[in-house]
Ligand binder design. Structure first.
Ligand SMILES: [Zn+2]
Length: 509
């Protein structure tokens, strides 16, 4: 062997070793190029640890969906190897957990992951936006909760994920992917929650960037039957995001955001499914043509984007330290989903995008939407029991939004029009933000301290105790009438100047 060859041999050897050596991070490799029976090959070099027996976990639940999704169900052929490459016997405990008997001496773990969906279901959305899908050589949507796990007692470690992908594919994500060569990308996240919080869509790019105030927004689109549509969607999103920015006081609480939009042709109807993250949203659509897509996207995207307020910038410890296996749920879904839905319906009237009549129709739709649910339940209890009370969960978007409306009017009334839920949410974002959680039991008192003593009673009556919301009384304060029998909302004939000025402060009309 001459000197040159020796150096090359040492280099190859050392890169091999370094590629396999343990660090302080979870080092994952995900191979989208070489699939086996439609399954993606995944390998993991665990972080350095002194632990012997260790439990490997795939999530049972993830933030944003309150139903057990059991992501371990997609994992098969789970194997562990020691430093010599010899197999270590592992034991699967149940759908989502495995026992690795000697983690300290485990150099590598490999497994295969199957797709969460092939085609979109035509009737029920079914939370596919939280799953992954693998369409070889066409498209991969990776929700890391379906591909990547953690050891129960080796938390708070960083993640480095190397993705092997098709040469022409581009990664659309809120995280930054480093292009190592034509087929290798690398991405890092500071811990498991942050990795799961940033899904990626890999495909031939159809992307458009827009700038909304301080935020750079990526609109990435994939449809097998249509191309070059991201620009059309981006121009519609641009309008709505500008209105949201104005509604939020002129500044967005994020600097970067990504919309990952997937469309699939289905014979009839419209299917829409979205899941929010801190800096991105996955939106899935099924429709025959793209005609309805911009409108449908506006509805879903507007709600998901408003989640940048809550839970993303305003959340409790239960959300911050989310336990992916046995989560303890926060009592504040009325805030996370109810207030988000209320902002979604309130923004267009406040920004003069719709008429008072159109807004009244939205209120009526929520009133009718509430009907199928038990409206005497405590919203805080229902929130902590959201997993068991799936039958009531959708009421957070109906009654939850109307509680937001009544709270907004009450705040305007007490402050002579100066303070509403818009300003309240701003104050809470300032106090907390993405990395500072509130204590579940403190929130009502914090909001009361920010506003008026009377607000504590409001929360007690309507959120904690589940009393019937005083919609008629609330709407009357702003010169609107609610016919409880007909379930219609309309303008009063001769509103007083006090009612009119409160309405003006509330909805700018
Ligand atoms: Zn939501």
């Amino acid at each position: 062997m001459n000197k040159f060859l020796l150096i090359v041999a040492i280099l190859i050897c050392s890169t091999r070793l370094s590629a396999q050596s343990q660090t302080n991070k979870y080092q994952y490799k995900i191979d989208l190029l070489n699939m086996r029976d439609n399954r993606v090959q995944v390998s993991l070099v665990p972080p350095k640890t002194n632990q012997r027996e260790a439990k490997f976990v795939m999530p049972k639940l993830i933030p944003g969906y309150y139903d057990a999704m059991n992501f371990g169900q997609y994992v098969s052929a789970f194997k562990a190897f020691n430093k010599k490459g010899e197999p270590i016997t592992v034991k699967r405990l149940d759908t989502n957990t495995w026992i690795v008997p000697d983690l300290k001496n485990t150099a590598r773990i490999t497994y295969e992951v199957s797709s969460g969906w092939e085609d979109l279901p035509q009737n029920t959305p079914g939370a596919k936006s939280a799953e992954s899908t693998f369409k070889k050589d066409k498209l991969f949507i990776l929700n890391y909760n379906a591909l990547v796990g953690y050891f129960e007692k080796v938390r708070n470690k960083g993640y480095k994920v190397t993705v092997k992908k098709n040469r022409e594919f581009y990664p659309s994500s809120a995280l930054e992917y480093t292009h190592q060569n034509d087929t290798i990308d690398v991405v890092s996240a500071k811990d498991y929650r942050h990795l799961v919080d940033a899904p990626v869509m890999y495909c031939v790019p159809d992307t458009t960037w827009i700038t909304v105030g301080n935020a750079k927004v990526l609109v990435s689109f994939y449809s097998q039957s249509h191309q070059s549509y991201s620009k059309t969607l981006a121009s519609r999103l641009d309008t709505i995001l500008r209105s949201q920015q104005a509604y939020l006081g002129g500044r967005l609480p994020v600097n970067e955001y990504a919309f990952l939009i997937y469309h699939e042709k289905i014979p009839r109807g419209l299917m829409a499914d979205g899941l929010e993250h801190s800096n991105s949203t996955v939106c899935l659509y099924g429709s025959e043509t793209l005609d309805q897509l911009p409108e449908a996207l506006i509805d879903v995207a507007s709600h998901e984007f408003f989640h940048i307020l809550t839970p993303l910038n305003i959340h409790s410890k239960e959300v911050q330290d989310f336990n992916f296996l046995n989560p303890v749920l926060s009592r504040h879904l009325w805030l996370y989903e109810g207030m988000t839905e209320y902002a979604t319906m309130h923004m267009p009237i406040k920004q003069r995008m719709i008429s008072l009549q159109q807004f009244a129709k939205k209120i009526e739709a929520k009133i009718k939407g509430m009907e199928g649910f038990d409206n005497n339940l405590s919203m805080t209890v229902m929130s902590t029991n959201a997993i068991k009370r799936q039958d009531q969960y959708m009421n957070f978007y109906q009654k939850g939004a109307l509680i937001g409306l009544c709270l907004d009017i009450r705040l305007r009334e007490l402050s002579n029009g100066k303070l509403g839920t818009q300003e309240l949410m701003q104050k809470l974002v300032k106090k907390y933000g993405p990395e500072k959680a509130f204590k579940d039991e403190d929130l009502f008192n914090v909001i009361t301290a920010f506003t008026f003593p009377e607000i504590r009673q409001f929360f007690k009556d309507y959120v904690e105790e589940g009393q019937t919301i005083s919609l008629k009384e609330s709407l009357m304060k702003v010169g609107l009438d609610y016919d409880e029998a007909a379930k219609t909302v309309f303008e009063m004939n001769n509103p007083s100047s006090g009612q009119l000025s409160l309405r003006k402060a509330w909805i700018n009309q």
